[in-house]
Ligand binder design. Structure first.
Ligand SMILES: [Zn+2]
Ligand SMILES: [Zn+2]
Length: 288
C-alpha cells in the first residue's frame, strides 16, 4: 500500500531539451488496480507518461494546480489522446481551480476541426471527447462514480498571487499521504494540507540565482514561487519525512548541481530530499 511519485516533467516555461514541462504522476496501488493521478499537464507530458508505462486511457483523473500556461500546455493532448485511444466512452475528469471549465471549453473549441474529422472518419467514434470538469476551492474532492475510490484527494488554497486562484492537492492512500503543492509561496492553506502527511512535491526556483539576473521579467518571478529553503521550511513545519523538489528554475543541468539545491533545502529540513531528472520516481510508504 504505497504511493509512488513520478516526476514526469521537471522543467519550467523555458524549453529544455532534457526536461519536460511541469507534470507529476501520483500512483496509488499496484498493477491493474492502481489509480493514476496526473497533476498538471506541461509540455511533453504524454511522452513522459509513456516512458512511465502509463497511457492517457489509464489516468484516473487529471488535477490542475493553476492555469499558468506551462502547467496546462499539453492538456489538449491528454484530452484528444484519451478520446482516440479508448474504445468506449471513458470520461476524463479534470479537476482544477475556478476558471478551469472555461479553459477546457476553449481547448475543446480549438479542437473542433479535429474532433469533426475523426468522428466523420471512424465509424465507431461517434461521440465528442467525454470530458468532465470539477472546479474546486478546498476540501475533499468527490470524483464521479466508477472513477477512483481508493484514494482520498483533498484540495487546499495556495498562494501564487497574482495568479488566482491556485490550489494544491493531498492524496491519502493506505496510510501514506503525499501533497502536490504546485507553484506557491509558503502559506496557511499549504500548511493545512501538509499536516500529518508524509511527503510533499514542491515546485522551486533558485531565488539566489534569479535575483542576480538583471532582467525584470526574471525578477518578477521571485515573489510568487518558493525557493528550496522556503519549500524545506514548509516540509519541516509539518514534520514530513520527504521533500521532493521539481520545476527547476533556472534549469538544472542533467547532473552535477543537485547537491547545491539539496544543500539549500537541507539547511532547513532534516528529512529525505529528492531531486532528479524527468522520470525520477519516489516511493512513499505508509507511516509505521
Ligand atoms: Zn505558475
Ligand atoms: Zn510554474
Amino acid at each position: 500500500m504505497t504511493i509512488a511519485v513520478t516526476l514526469l516533467g521537471t522543467g519550467s516555461p523555458m524549453p529544455d531539451p532534457n526536461r519536460a514541462g511541469p507534470a507529476t504522476l501520483i500512483s496509488a496501488g499496484e498493477g491493474d488496480a492502481a489509480e493514476h493521478y496526473l497533476v498538471d499537464a506541461g509540455r511533453g507530458v504524454l511522452m513522459r507518461l509513456a516512458a512511465a508505462m502509463v497511457g492517457a486511457p489509464n489516468l484516473t483523473a487529471v488535477l490542475i494546480t493553476h492555469l499558468h500556461s506551462d502547467h496546462i500546455t499539453d492538456l489538449n493532448d491528454v484530452i484528444t489522446t484519451r478520446w482516440v485511444m479508448t474504445f468506449e466512452q471513458t470520461p476524463l475528469t479534470i479537476v482544477g481551480p475556478v476558471g478551469t471549465q472555461k479553459v477546457v471549453d476553449h481547448i475543446l473549441a480549438s479542437l473542433e476541426p479535429d474532433i469533426n474529422y475523426r468522428i466523420a472518419h471512424h465509424q465507431d467514434l461517434d461521440y465528442q471527447p467525454p470530458v468532465n470538469v470539477i472546479e474546486v476551492t478546498e476540501g475533499v474532492i468527490e470524483l464521479p462514480d466508477g472513477q477512483g475510490g481508493q484514494v482520498t484527494i483533498t484540495c487546499g488554497q495556495t498562494d501564487h498571487k497574482p495568479v488566482e486562484p491556485s490550489v494544491g492537492y493531498r492524496f491519502d492512500f493506505g496510510g501514506a499521504s503525499v501533497v502536490a503543492a504546485g507553484d506557491t509561496v509558503p502559506c496557511e492553506g499549504l500548511d493545512t494540507l501538509c499536516a500529518g502527511a508524509d511527503a510533499i512535491v514542491h515546485t522551486v526556483i533558485r531565488k539566489d540565482i534569479i535575483a542576480n539576473i538583471p532582467m525584470q521579467r526574471m525578477q518578477d518571478t521571485l515573489d510568487y514561487h518558493s525557493s528550496p529553503a522556503e519549500a524545506a521550511q514548509t516540509a519541516a513545519k509539518a514534520d514530513l519525512a520527504t521533500l521532493i523538489l521539481t520545476h527547476y528554475v533556472p534549469a538544472m543541468p542533467m547532473s552535477g548541481t543537485e547537491d547545491d539545491w539539496r544543500a539549500l533545502a537541507a539547511e532547513h529540513f532534516g528529512g529525505a530530499i529528492e531531486i532528479g531528472d524527468d522520470l525520477h520516481r519516489v516511493v512513499v510508504p505508509p507511516r509505521p
